[in-house]
Design a protein around this ligand. Structure first.
Ligand code: PGA
Length: 272
């Protein structure tokens, strides 16, 4: 490398506004034809909204098809895996390692999605392990946290969110740099119920304080849970909501496109 050329900063300056991220979690949905349609729609939306980061998280077998449809891994739509194992390899039937995802063209991975926590019994320690493995493999983890309805009703939402976040970010080898977080109240996922913008703003503020304390100024905090074109504007107008993690509506190309457009408008309003 030419020593006279300064290396580009790994992250933009902390004072720059964080670029919004619109992330589509396809869950266990999609066929090859639908995957291509969705990938092309995401590409078109991202090209029309260069101030917005766009990502899709297809099921594992569709990753190669989506990678091909998206073109270069440096293109405008990032590819992500829906989970990864904490170990690099071994006797873990059904497991997928972070390096396998990287080899398939992923640059991102979800860690600790509530459906994985619940259906696969993944605890905070497992989420930390998968986020650490992701960082080791050069992937950017999108760490999901969120309280259940019962926890919220018992007044324990803050305690749960802080426990889930601290378990991961305080113990990552490189602090909170290079990760993003999604606040997804479990009771809002796939239910058509959403947090109010005020509830989201409060939760994001709690999480922001913790992230900033471990050098996480560049870490984005997304809102997730029944996000749709009709409600995204309310979330993105809340200070501290840096984007959205979308399930059901990411399977509809027109809806996903309008979510990216809404993020473009929100980014324009936030520009200093
Ligand atoms: P939903 O899912 O948008 O269908 O509620 C969000 C998620 O689980 O990430």
């Amino acid at each position: 490398m030419d020593p006279t050329v300064p290396a580009a900063p790994r992250h933009p300056s902390p004072s720059a506004p964080r670029r919004p991220l619109v992330a589509g979690n396809w869950k266990m949905n999609g066929t090859r034809p639908l995957a291509r349609t969705l990938a092309h729609a995401a590409l078109a939306a991202a090209r029309a909204s260069l101030d917005v980061d766009v990502a899709v998280f297809p099921p594992y077998p569709l990753l190669p098809y989506v990678a091909e449809a998206l073109g270069s891994p440096d293109g405008p739509v990032a590819l992500g895996g829906q989970a990864c194992h904490a170990d690099a390899k071994g006797a873990h039937t059904s497991g997928v390692s972070a390096s396998m995802l990287a080899e398939a063209g992923c640059t991102l991975v979800l860690c600790g999605h509530s459906e994985v926590r619940t259906e696969c019994g993944q605890g905070d320690e497992g989420v930390r392990g998968s986020a650490a493995a992701a960082l080791d493999a050069g992937l950017r983890p999108l760490v999901c946290v969120g309280e259940t309805r019962a926890e919220r009703d018992a007044g324990r939402a803050r305690e749960v969110l802080e426990r889930q976040l601290d378990a991961v970010v305080l113990r990552l080898p490189r602090g909170a740099d290079g990760i993003d977080v999604a606040y997804e109240p479990v009771w809002a996922i796939g239910t058509g119920l959403t947090a109010t913008p005020a509830q989201a703003g409060e939760a994001h503020a709690w999480l922001r304080v913790r992230l900033d304390a471990v050098r996480g100024e560049r870490a984005r905090i997304l809102y997730g849970g029944s996000v749709a074109p009709a409600n995204i504007g309310g979330f993105l107008s809340v200070p501290g909501v840096d984007g959205v993690l979308v399930g059901g509506q990411s399977l509809d190309p027109a809806a996903f496109t309008s979510l990216v457009e809404a993020a473009r408008h929100a980014a324009a309003r936030r520009r200093p």
